[in-house]
Design a protein around this ligand. Structure first.
Ligand code: BGC
Length: 367
């Protein structure tokens, strides 16, 4: 099941500059694709470059399989893509934004890359999406990947040992388990950045998809998409997805927060009930055209619902179709953006001796 990436994949990799985090030699010898397959024919393909999910074959209401995950055809395209969409990647050490790329921890101020305007995004210039992970074990339905981020890598304190396990169950669930330990206190916020189009990657926009988010509140942002600190009710706003509605229904409404996000690009505060860390429902997405349903559950307190607002129609996907504006959506389960600077948000600080553990389940069905 595990195989070397194709010749084109590795050959193009040879021209990749070292600043991307991968040397040509590493790329040529260390990248792999591994396909998970269950008894229903569902398939998920993963590469150890960025722990990226490169494809997800799921059935529609008639049992026809289609690839519902946006992605590139070659490793070189993942590295060179001008828009840097983070297709399918594991994002870290800190997913989402940290204001002005700085935070103070235990009296020490740390400076991170500002790779998103004035702010730090998705772990910096060479985040976990741009490094080669070790494949510790792989079987027909599971793959376990690890990565050790060095002390001060991308400016973060502490040697951080991270693992991600993808498990495909016979119930058509992709279970993503994250774990991490550190030798110095450090912020950690890992997430999965797959863009879904339940009609199949490259098949138009996702504006007709119907979405339910299990969240009564969201975190409004400033012009740099940094949360203001407020937890605002979604009631009577375009941000109310407590009952299913199409993504497109309110997305063009005149609204300050929609204008700032250029659409939906916000963190919703999940309704967690009694235990803040138990696995709870985050979102249900339904594509009326194909009947595919994606149900997302997570132990995390938040989810970034991002509607592909920065896709411009210039990237060509795996099957040769271009990815249109809003041609995919992400449900990035996470702690809230900028948590290291927001004392009232749930803490993202991992201390030595503690274990970071987080689980998200992407379950597929059709109706
Ligand atoms: C962010 C978007 C960003 C996208 C790709 C999302 O998590 O919220 O603003 O464009 O990732 O980087």
């Amino acid at each position: 099941m595990t195989k070397l990436l194709t010749l084109t994949f590795t050959a193009i990799f040879m021209t990749v500059p070292a600043s991307t985090g991968v040397t040509a030699e590493e790329a040529a010898t260390s990248t792999r694709l591994h396909t998970l397959k269950n008894s229903n024919g569902m398939e998920v393909t993963v590469t150890n470059y960025g722990a990226i999910i490169t494809s997800m074959l799921t059935a529609d209401r008639d049992g026809n399989l289609a690839d519902v995950a946006l992605g590139h055809r070659t490793a070189a395209e993942y590295i060179a893509a001008s828009e840097k969409p983070y297709f399918g990647a594991v994002v870290g050490r800190f997913g989402n934004r940290i204001a002005e790329g700085t935070f103070t921890l235990d009296g020490e101020t740390y400076t991170l890359a500002t790779n998103n305007g004035d702010n730090h995004l998705h772990g910096g210039n060479v985040g976990f999406d741009k490094v080669i992970w070790d494949v510790k074990s792989a079987s027909d339905q599971s793959i376990h990947l690890t990565y050790v981020a060095k002390d001060m890598e991308e400016g973060y304190p502490g040697n951080l040992s991270v693992s991600v396990t993808y498990t495909l169950t016979d119930e058509n669930q992709l279970v993503v388990d994250y774990a991490a330990t550190t030798d110095k206190a450090t912020p950690v916020n890992l997430t999965q950045h797959t863009y879904f189009n339940l009609a199949g990657e490259g098949n138009g926009t996702v504006l007709d998809h119907e979405v339910m988010l299990n969240a009564d509140r969201f975190t409004p942002v400033d012009s740099g998409l940094i949360p203001t600190g407020e937890l605002r009710s979604v009631k009577d706003t375009p941000f109310d997805f407590t009952s299913p509605k199409s993504i497109g229904r309110d997305i063009e409404t005149e609204n300050e927060q929609l204008a700032l996000g250029k659409g939906y690009d916000h963190n919703w505060v999940l309704n967690k009930g009694v235990s803040a860390t138990e696995l709870t429902l985050a979102a249900v997405v339904y594509d009326p055209a194909t009947g595919r349903v994606l149900t997302v559950s997570t132990t995390e307190p938040g989810v970034q619902f991002y509607t592909g607002n920065f896709l411009t129609g210039t990237l060509t996907g795996k099957s040769g179709k271009t990815y249109s504006h809003r041609g995919g959506f992400c449900l990035e389960t996470q702690h809230f953006p900028d948590s290291p600077n927001q004392p009232d948000f749930p803490s993202t600080i991992l201390a030595p001796g503690e274990k970071y553990e987080s689980q998200t389940v992407f379950a597929f069905s059709a109706r």
